[in-house]
Design a protein around this ligand. Sequence first.
Ligand SMILES: [Zn+2]
Length: 218
Amino acid sequence: MGLRLLMIGPPGAGKGTQAAQIARDHGVPKISTGDMLRDAVASGTSLGLQIRETMSTGRLVSDDLIVALVRDRLRLDDATVGFVLDGFPRTVTQAEALDGLLNGAPLTVVEIQVPDEELVRRVRGRRICESCGTTVSAFDGDPAQASACRNCGGRLVQRSDDSEAVVRDRLQVYWKETRPMIGYYEPRPTFRRVNGALAPRDVYAAIAGAIGSVAAGR
Ligand SMILES: [Zn+2]
């Protein structure tokens, strides 16, 4: 029944949305380290303060700290039947630590693969409503051509962190960190790769199929 899934994919691949849907389908929590870091900072605990200080100086939060956060999260009741991990592990060191935390429990790994050029193209087309924050993506037609928000009629603008240079930087960081980690998981029989360049519903179907095929092979 339970599902232990790790989703890997570049920024802009729609991984978070897919992870949330798959987690709902299987009745397991989606564990996003990005959310957890934000929550920890907001909570104002000593750990949160430590994280805030690290992030405010532009440094990366250390592997030890991230692993400690995930370890505590995996111990909570709702994660005993399984989980969908989003954003962790990011490096081989973190992947090795996760193996330690799992203590032999099977892990399905799905990489959502999207060519860098496709991700840049998506970002170029993405617009956000100034008034209500609705995002319009290339999958909703051609947002660059849309003049007003369908929700509220507000003005559609490009997000400041959606510039092509920012996206290319993020992709460079992603590949540098994550390619070795993909190499770590790739030889396993529980590793699958899906085509993320398709429409979201087709990517979803591919992920569900990958999970099913791993479960069938077990
Ligand atoms: Zn709007």
